[in-house]
Design a protein around this ligand. Sequence first.
Ligand code: PRP
Ligand code: URA
Length: 221
Amino acid sequence: MSAYVNGKQYLQVTTLRMTPQLKILLTIIRDKNTKRNDFIFYADRINRLLVEEGLNFLPVREKKIETRTGAQYVGAEFVGKICAVPIMRAGLSMESSIREVAKRIRIGHILIQRNEETAEAMFFKEWLPDDIHERFVFILDPMLATGGSANVTIRRLKERGVKEEKIIYINLVAAPEGIEAVLSVFPGIRIITAEIDEGLNDRAYIIPGLGDFGDMYFGTE
Ligand code: PRP
Ligand code: URA
């Protein structure tokens, strides 16, 4: 489903279908009374839905096979290779979900941290496969706030030759400011998110949001 952000329709933003079940999962991970084990369990459930949705945007081609009855079946197969790039640290929480659905995937990593005072995204290090420009790239990051971390990541991928059309940014909770900041610079990428929130507070945290995802998932302060 495409999304409306501040009254404008973005065809390249897909939100998950808001079923009662997804609403329950989002309520649990947003609730300040939720314990860490439950937070991890239910965030992982949403992550699985997100990566499955991401796979729906990969190209496929027709594949004819013979079934065990000897009959022909006209089916399909994926075309192309994938690389997932979790933005460390919080994006690491999504790595196991994509490994569960994509067997031959490569995993790159990019270490970016927001400055705690200014919320500016600071790049530290990256580890990316040499053939990343030949792959579809799934950027993994549960929080899209100002869009700074996403934009640094996409810029570095483009420097390695990855086309915007081959980038799918997989995200759990997005602020409208972040979506607009990313798509105004990189209109060719796709964003898949579970829910779009109201906005940012004066510390650039997503509202209503869920607080600091990385601290909750990994048990740090
Ligand atoms: C968080 C989050 C995103 C980023 C989003 O990371 O995981 O990467 O902030 O904010 P932005 O859209 O304003 O850039 P943070 O730098 O706090 O580190 P963490 O993953 O270690 O929590
Ligand atoms: N990072 C988080 O973990 N949460 C936010 O709301 C914003 C950035």
